[in-house]
Write a protein that binds this ligand. Structure first.
Ligand code: HEC
Ligand code: HEC
Ligand code: HEC
Ligand code: HEC
Length: 114
């Protein structure tokens, strides 16, 4: 059922793609390196669940990126907290995965996220 629905939405998206051009082209996947283990985020697939860019890009779509604000200043929540709040809270509400290793590839630990 889910597969069929995603297929339909993608098809509509492709047809609409001919006329709708995003101001900023969204990436297909985003990989985030950090100490807990690389996070592989399927950006394109997530657009099926949420279609308002601003739900996640709360400061708008133009640069700076999340990490350019979060963690630099005491007024702004640390990147880890901001992402956990955004990613995990939605997963808890909407049936996405919540175990650490469903997002973190613990075999690929790198430097700090901030
Ligand atoms: C479910 C949350 C979510 C939604 C909805 C979403 N994005 Fe993103 N997007 C992200 C995350 C997380 C990143 C990675 C940011 C980082 O690594 O700092 C990202 C990265 C990007 C990037 C790469 C540049 C950057 O800021 O890192 C672009 C461009 C982008 N998104 C465009 C879009 C557009 C256009 C839409 C709406 C059609 C959209 N996004 C909707 C979460 C989302
Ligand atoms: C221009 C700076 C800036 C950018 C870019 C930015 N944020 Fe934020 N963010 C803030 C500030 C300031 C706050 C705290 C005030 C507020 O809630 O608006 C915040 C709050 C948040 C919160 C709420 C945290 C809490 O404790 O309730 C989340 C979640 C969040 N940001 C996620 C993101 C994500 C994900 C990105 C990238 C897609 C991003 N932010 C990009 C400045 C930024
Ligand atoms: C607005 C809601 C929402 C937000 C925000 C969100 N997700 Fe999800 N995510 C979902 C839902 C719903 C599913 C389950 C989709 C399914 O089973 O078809 C999911 C599935 C996933 C999966 C498993 C499937 C896959 O794509 O590999 C991963 C990993 C994931 N999300 C990572 C993230 C990360 C990392 C973030 C934050 C950068 C994030 N998600 C933010 C709703 C969200
Ligand atoms: C829904 C996805 C998701 C889940 C589930 C999740 N995380 Fe994360 N976590 C992230 C994202 C996204 C980041 C920010 C990564 C980045 O920007 O490099 C992060 C960052 C972190 C960081 C910061 C690493 C650093 O280098 O500063 C730690 C530590 C962490 N997570 C621990 C955990 C633990 C422990 C769990 C399980 C209790 C967990 N995470 C579950 C998505 C998730």
């Amino acid at each position: 059922m889910m597969k069929i629905r995603i297929g339909l939405i993608l098809l509509v998206g492709m047809l609409a793609g001919a006329t709708i051009v995003f101001a900023v082209e969204p990436p297909t996947v985003v990989t985030m390196q950090n100490k807990q283990g690389e996070v592989f985020f399927h950006h394109e697939e997530h657009l099926v669940a949420v279609n308002d860019c601003i739900d996640c890009h709360h400061m708008g779509l133009m640069p700076p990126a999340c990490r350019d604000c979060h963690g630099l200043d005491r007024e702004v929540p640390r990147l880890k907290h901001a992402f956990h709040r955004q990613c995990r809270n939605c997963h808890i509400k909407n049936g996405g995965p919540t175990e650490c290793d469903s997002c973190h590839d613990v075999g690929k630990k790198t430097k700090s996220a901030k």
